[in-house]
Ligand binder design. Structure first.
Ligand SMILES: C[S@@+](CC[C@H](N)C(=O)[O-])C[C@H]1O[C@@H](n2cnc3c(N)ncnc32)[C@H](O)[C@@H]1O
Ligand SMILES: [Zn+2]
Length: 216
């Protein structure tokens, strides 16, 4: 009896986690992505983001563990989705096709929580074959950990919530300034070293010449 109930729940999750509107395949952005299987009209609820509902504490710990386990590889490290103030969904489940949706700085989808369920919704009309993307909404605090390869014209270089782009741009400017200053410092140091070496060589040559003139 219990076995049958579990099987039904799993089947239900597989059903909720797939959609006639889209499918997963290789992506130019990152490994696997999700693509429109047909033309999708604006505002369509395309697919649900399903997974295991966890309290924040457990979800955060799983996130940390996963990030540590894939550190130094190109494997995906973020699958947690905020459901409400206390809960997140761990979407790292094989039945959750939406886990493959990549981030873009110019997304064609957005995500909304409707009656306790997370939906990926079309921001505009999407043509068959287009990769589905949404704004991951990552906090600017961790910007350096998530370089963006979305390839859109408006790409800001890092996976950061569009709302925080002004702060991100400031941080990037600061980083570039520091890099510029460091480069200038290194060049000046190199120049100083070359000058010192040249002086040393000259001194050595003068000494040798003096010695030779004394001998002759
Ligand atoms: C939810 S997964 C998306 C599916 C992922 N492409 C895969 O094959 O498993 C999130 C991970 O995908 C990668 N990713 C998603 N969007 C990206 C982007 N615009 N640029 C670089 N990496 C991205 C990051 O590694 C991120 O941690
Ligand atoms: Zn981008």
């Amino acid at each position: 009896m219990k076995k049958e109930r579990i099987f039904t729940e799993r089947e239900e999750l597989w059903k909720r986690g797939s959609s006639r509107w889209c499918h997963a395949e290789g992506s130019d952005i990152h490994q696997i992505g999700v693509f429109a299987s047909r033309d999708i009209p604006e505002d369509t609820r395309i697919i649900e983001y399903v997974g295991e509902i966890l309290k924040n504490e457990e979800a955060d710990q799983r996130g940390i563990d996963l990030a540590e386990s894939v550190d130094g590889t190109d494997l995906a490290s973020v699958f947690n989705f905020i459901l409400d103030e206390e809960h997140q969904i761990d979407g790292n489940k094989e039945y959750n096709t939406a886990r493959y949706i990549n981030h873009s700085c110019d997304p064609n989808c957005w995500v909304d929580v409707i009656d306790g369920r997370i939906w990926v919704i079309a921001l505009r009309d999407i043509a068959q074959g287009e990769e589905l993307t949404f704004d991951y909404g990552f906090d600017v605090e961790h910007w350096k950990e998530h370089p963006c390869r979305c390839g859109s014209v408006s790409c800001v270089g890092y996976i950061v919530s569009q709302e925080q782009w002004p702060q991100l741009r400031k941080k990037i400017r600061k980083m570039l300034k520091l890099m510029d200053a460091e480069e200038k410092r290194e060049k000046a140091e190199e120049k100083r070293k070359k000058k010192k070496d040249k002086k040393k060589q000259k001194k050595k040559k003068d000494k040798k010449r003096k010695k030779e003139s004394k001998l002759s």
